[in-house]
Design a protein. Sequence first.
Length: 61
Amino acid sequence: MHEPTGLIAHNWGFAIFLLGVVGLCAFMLGVSSLLGSKAWGRSKNEPFESGMLPTGSARLR
């Protein structure tokens, strides 16, 4: 049989690891949203095709 104290210690270690991973991911997403560019505009939403104006929709066949 397994010792209850060893099993609890193993689970706590895994829980702390998961908490650290989730915290690191949240930190990286938060920093990137704070430091990222926030440029808005009509020209930002249009596709850039090597300096040529788009001729139509990309969904047409």
